[in-house]
Design a binder for this molecule. Structure first.
Ligand code: NYM
Length: 212
């Protein structure tokens, strides 16, 4: 597996509505990449293990109330507090598969009616993903999957608004995957896209920053 040497790791983000299958797909992708000898770690935002993450978790569980701008900035701070570690890992050659990132930050807050540019501002300067895998599912289908939890945001009318805001965030790094396909087909597509992304890092492309 020496052909992975000397190149930086890739930042691969999975995005999608709640119940789009992101979490199981990212776990499966990470196991696959490990099997291929790729140095890789599974990450997830919000990272609930930090102090800020604890505040986010309590807000999501309806155990605390925060105004919309405050929670938005906490989600962003939760990415910032991890960003130097993220940079170190990527530069040392570790690929990070991240379940949710700044796009969730903007899409969920904008769905509450906050201005999109205002939502994007605190994300500016975070490491930009090399690849965003968007698991595309109609909100009605996601709701049918059942198991919407009891956390904030987990209801159909809100998810419909989130979906429309996600659409406006697509850029050249996005690949839209039809999340209504059988899980094995989705897995296969994600594996191909991820491997292609990781091997093209041998081109020495430096890390770039959001939202440039
Ligand atoms: N969420 C997640 C946000 O509103 N903003 C963010 O920046 C991030 C990363 O948190 N409904 C929302 C989306 C989810 C909720 O995420 C918890 P998860 O992936 O279920 O732990």
């Amino acid at each position: 597996n020496c052909h992975w040497d000397n190149s930086r790791g890739s930042l691969i983000v999975l995005e999608g509505l709640d119940r789009s299958g992101k979490t199981s797909q990212s776990n499966s992708l990470v196991s696959f990449l490990k099997g291929k000898g790729v140095p890789v770690e599974a990450w997830h935002f919000p990272d609930r293990s930090t102090t800020v993450g604890g505040m986010i978790s309590s807000y999501l569980a309806n155990k605390s109330q925060l105004d919309d701008r405050t929670i938005h900035l906490l989600f962003s701070a939760n990415r910032w507090e991890k960003s130097s570690l993220m940079e170190t890992k990527l530069k040392s050659g570790v690929t990070l598969v991240v379940d949710r990132y700044s796009y969730s930050g903007v899409a969920f807050s904008a769905a509450k009616g906050l201005d999109i540019q205002w939502c994007k501002a605190p994300e500016e300067g975070l490491i930009a993903p090399d690849l965003v895998l968007y698991l595309d599912i109609p909100p009605e289908k996601a709701a049918e999957r059942g198991g919407y939890g009891s956390e904030r945001y987990e209801h159909l009318d809100f998810q419909q608004k989130v979906a429309s805001h996600y659409t406006n965030l697509h850029d050249h790094t996005w690949k839209v995957i039809d999340a209504c396909q059988p899980a094995e087909d989705i897995e296969k597509q994600l594996r191909e896209l991820a491997l292609e992304c990781i091997s093209s890092r041998r081109d020495g492309k430096p890390l770039s920053r959001l939202w440039l």
